[in-house]
Structures are given as structure tokens and as C-alpha cells.
Design a protein around this ligand. Sequence first.
Ligand SMILES: NC(=O)c1ccc[n+]([C@@H]2O[C@H](COP(=O)([O-])OP(=O)(O)OC[C@H]3O[C@@H](n4cnc5c(N)ncnc54)[C@H](OP(=O)(O)O)[C@@H]3O)[C@@H](O)[C@H]2O)c1
Length: 254
Amino acid sequence: MNAQSQPTDPRPLDTRFQPRHALVTGANRGLGLECTRQLAAAGVTVFLCARRLVDARNAAADLGALAGAIHPLALDVLDPDAATKAAAAVAGITGGELDLLVNNAGIYPDAGREVTRLGPDELEQTLRTNVAGNHRVLLAMSPLLRAAGDARVVQVSSRRGSLALRLDADDRLLDHQGPGYSTSKAALNMLSLAWAAAFDSTGVRLAIVSPGWCRTDMGGDDAELSAEQGARIILEAVDQPHGSFTGGGEPIPW
Ligand SMILES: NC(=O)c1ccc[n+]([C@@H]2O[C@H](COP(=O)([O-])OP(=O)(O)OC[C@H]3O[C@@H](n4cnc5c(N)ncnc54)[C@H](OP(=O)(O)O)[C@@H]3O)[C@@H](O)[C@H]2O)c1
């Protein structure tokens, strides 16, 4: 058993909002895979999305007995058509609705580097994936979310997207490392507030969450939290207020 799969937090998922059908992007590994596992274990039908269908299928198969509750789907957030195709596949199975979207896929290519060593193409790729890709998924899934009547969106962001923490001399994020990633998450937060406003008069509630520093390929082996703990923080955000930015149930300054 590796560090990512150690059962550090074996409590069953216990949220006030109880989804029936959830879609998780970037779910073939890391926090997305662990969200999928926890949702399926709680009896939720999960659409496990990965860039490549083969990776989605393999990840579902690796979940063993839980695989019966999982539908693997191809969803590369950079592909202009993939999210609409995935939405059509979801609609075919659920009858046209989706009551939880975990918008999780992301990249962090400039980890540990300062801004003078950030290439413009690398910055563009990060913004395309973490911001435009996230937006593409919301555009495709919002009709299904609205149709569900009572639905949740969890936008997986990061404390690194907080301008307030960046300006706080006492906060460790003042290191200014990973500026492309941080810029993308700050932009994602603003985009998410626009989506929250768009959902205001609907039954869709949107929460922005930072999972904390977690032991995944992105977070590395030295991170504070297991993937299991980070995924729980993501999923428990379904009970956080509409338009909030939190981590572990606590508000994060914008
Ligand atoms: N780990 C942390 O400490 C931490 C802290 C704060 C926030 N977060 C956020 O949490 C989320 C998940 O992070 P993680 O730690 O699980 O990262 P990870 O282990 O690197 O996994 C990232 C996932 O995103 C997928 N992905 C990347 N580009 C994609 C694309 N174009 N289309 C669809 N999927 C794509 C990857 O797919 P492939 O396998 O195909 O590459 C993978 O499934 C990210 O949004 C991240 O910013 C993580």
C-alpha cells in the first residue's frame, strides 16, 4: 500500500447533501480518483472522467467491487467536443440530469519555480487547462445540473489562488513559487463567482474549495494530508455556502 492509499480517514462520507449521480473530472488518479472511490462507496453513481477512455476504464477496474457503480468516460478538458459528448453520455444514463459536478482536473507544471522561469506557452497551457477547461465542463454540464433541480458544483481550486494570502507576510504562500498555477487558480476563483451568480436563481449551489496540500503526484510525498483526507475536504464542500471559498470547512480569504 502506498502513501496515497493509506486509510487515514476511514469514516464513511456523511454530507447533508446526498447526490445520486456525480461526475468527477481528472478522476483516473490523485484526488479525483479518491473522490470517485468515496462517492461510489457511499452509493452514488459516478461518472469517472479521464483524458483517455482507457485510463478511465483502468481506474474504474482498479476500484474492484465499487466498479459496478462507476461509468468511465473520456473527458479531456482541452478537447472542444469532449465535455459535450460526456454530457450526452451522462444524460443517456440518468435521463437528463446530474446532481454533483466535481470540477477537479488540473495541472501544476511550474511547481517550485519563480516567475522569471515561467514560459509564456507554459502559462497559457495552465490557463487553458485550469480555467478554460473547467469552464468548458461547466458549459456542457450546466443544463444537466439545472435539470436536477437540487444540485451542487464543487470547483477544486487552491489556497495558492488567494490574493489575500499572497499579500500576507505571515503566510507561507508568500514564497511566490508556481506563479502560473497560482494565477490560474486566482482566475478560476473569479470565474467560479460568475458561475455562482449565474446559478443564483436555480437550484444549483456552487462551492470553491482548496483540498489542502495532499500526497498525490501533484502534491508529492512530503505533503501534509493523504489523498483520502483531501478528497473528503473536496466532497464535504457540497455543504458549504453558495459562492464560498473554503478549505476543511473554514473560509479562505480571497
Ligand atoms: N495535491 C495537492 O496538494 C493540491 C492542493 C491544492 C489543490 N489541488 C487541486 O486538486 C486537483 C487535483 O489535484 P491532484 O493532486 O489530484 O493532481 P494529480 O495527481 O496531478 O492529478 C491531476 C488529474 O487531472 C487530470 N488532468 C490533467 N490535465 C487534464 C486535461 N486536459 N483533461 C482532463 N484531465 C486532466 C490528470 O489526468 P492525466 O493522468 O491524464 O494527466 C489527473 O487525473 C487539481 O485541480 C489541483 O490543482 C491539489
